[in-house]
Design a protein around this ligand. Sequence first.
Ligand code: EPU
Length: 337
Amino acid sequence: MHESKNINLTPFNTLALPGQAARYQKITTPEQLAAATTANEKRFILGGGSNLVLNGNFDGLILHMAIPCKRLLKEDAESFYIEAGAGENWHDFVQWTLQQGYPGLENLSLIPGTVGAAPIQNVGAYGIEVGELLHNVTAWDFEKQAFLTVDRSACRFGYRDSVFKQQGWHLSGRMAITSVVFRLPKAWVANTRYADVTQELAAQQISTPTPQDVANAIIAVRQRKLPDPAIIPNAGSFFHNPVVDHNVAHALASQNPALPCYPQPDGRVKLAAGWLIEQAGWKGKNLGPVGMYEKQALVLVNRGGATGADVRRTMAAVQADVKARFGVDLTPEPIFL
Ligand code: EPU
């Protein structure tokens, strides 16, 4: 176990923003967390850096989660219980589950980031959110100096939300997720409700898809729409899709018949932020070195040499234009450090 000083954080955030960490330590076993730090110091738990806006230098300790583990923990008549270390790359983990014959996570293929970060904002795509298939989360609590296990119901999952965000545990560095157990039902049914996925499978002439076929279709759809961070630095969807009252959605839809609206179980309506941003004129538009991607307006991209301040300037301009045009507030998805 080794601590480094004045580490360049640019390679550790997918927006490739500049910044240095005063102190940095790679964590490869859960026990290292207990030894790494005292309860009260400023720290940040870093995963894949794919949901992060660096504001510049960080004067605390970065704990970079690299705990490995991919294994079948147990199985019963209904389900496989799969354990994964927080440091595993999410996409590689999903592909491993499919190769091993544990289907269920295929719709979440190619989401950037790590296993340990996935529950924090309850990552979701193409009709599945990770919380639906999660059994429990184990985390180190810096305040209590103890490991705790959080069951699925206690995770309080919502759209891009969990107890880890609600309580500010992640941002304050109070807790570090060390591993996650998934419960994957043995009775597998393909989830191909999304038109993009159905169309991709039809184009490949697949009528009875295997889990790997679904994963491949989703990988193809995502590669067409979303920029590869290794080529065009980005943090995936930059804003949440706003969830508004039914009356607000109704009024907006009557003025804008093409507005995509998704009714929610609680009666409210989710709107497509990408559509709002495109209509506000931001698809493919830049402000300085930061713009909104030309194939998916919800993705903010670093065109080269951007700083955290450049990101915040473009973010604010997009929010102001969408608010002026539609009266809707857009909330950013990433964490600002
Ligand atoms: N749309 C536009 N213009 C755009 C982008 C989207 O008109 O520039 C419209 C689309 O035509 C569609 C609707 O908006 O009618 C929704 O678009 P899409 O299906 O691409 O999904 P999204 O709502 O923009 C969400 C997630 C993505 C996830 C996809 C697929 C959020 C914030 N984003 O995007 O997640 O991959 O659904 O399920 O919920 C991520 O969070 O990083 C991410 C990529």
